[in-house]
Design a protein around this ligand. Sequence first.
Ligand code: CTP
Length: 416
Amino acid sequence: MKLELLLLIQKISLYKQTFNIPNFLIGILEDLKNSSYKPYFVGGCVRDFLLNKEIKDFDIEVFGLNSLEELRTILEKHTKVIEVGKTFGVLKIEENGIECDFSIPRVEKKVGKTHKSFEVKLFSDLSIKKAAKRRDFTINAIYYDYFKNSFIDPFLGLKDLKKRKIRYIDKKSFVEDSLRVFRAIGFASRFNFKITKKTKHLLKDIVKSDELDNLSRERVFEELKKLFLKSKKPSIGLKLLDELKIFKISFFGKYRAINRLSKILENREFEEKRALVLFFTILLRGEKEDEVLEFLSKISCDKKFLSSINSLLKESLEDDYISLKKQSLRVVLEDLILIELAFKNKNLSSIIKKCEEFDILNRALKPHIMGVDLLELGFSPSCDFRNMLNFALDLQIRENISKEEIKSSILKNFVK
Ligand code: CTP
């Protein structure tokens, strides 16, 4: 073996932990090996293992196959094979919520504008270095050989991991997928890594070329989502988005609030979508309406998600019972409170107390009077029901009175 290659192969014993592979994968790997194929782990799973981060999904590139069908035959002996990414030479399996993408070494060439317009050539005998050339960053092109318990590192990604650097691999293939601009920023933010000078130049060139306009909202959203939910300090990513002028809106002035929200949510069970609504609301607060609309149109078309952000943007908290009760009918007050906490608004304790008193922190004010109460009072269903219920709710909001008092008031006002 050449000295150069020997140097590239590093023993896993250098690292404290072992690469934990789900049991269901071991049989598949053995089967591939017994058929003289060579499977390697590569991409985010190897990178995250080396960074001591939790691994969610596995990418396995299998060398020595003549077709995707050979791969499918072996995988199908073990589990159901999902057909996504077939044109790219990728077969997916999923067990216990863990996704595994199996791919064949390939070379890609962009032939159109969307991320699917690639001419893909699959190779059975490509070298690892040639196969790795289509990947984005050196830290994402480290291969792990399960059977030899060793790494193969064709572009010195291990060194970059150590030095905390984001470095592109190959200029020509890199620029073919402009999403990599967001990926570079996301990794820099999530891992607190620096983007190398040359890589930053390349990212700027991609931004200037307007190629980002061809990215789908879904892909951009996924990257921003990871930036917010997986970074300890999302401000690192926001600064880069500003520096590279990715969006018209500048996020300067929101860095601290965003980091604070990250910290506030760090140890809480918080639904992902809800957290993202809060992050985007902070980003967009105080910005011009047309710029907010333009920004949102670039990241999502999920109506419910967008309307949650727009609703929160319209509200501000006031420390009085009436407006809080009314507001609880429009938005979740805890969301507004968390946003204010992120902006370090100190006068929240009395507001929180009021919300708790009326049980409106996380839900809309519960009306004292419902249709059944009106029936019980002797009214028969009619168009007036709506008026009576509105009257009752209005009274409940304005006056701090009991259900019985509201009932008497209804009788007084609606019995002719
Ligand atoms: N990849 C790439 N260019 C892309 C997307 C992916 O080169 N635009 C390659 C990289 O080698 C990457 C691997 O495919 O590591 C797997 O991609 P993916 O699962 O999308 O991302 P991860 O690197 O696993 O990162 P994340 O933690 O953000 O999912």
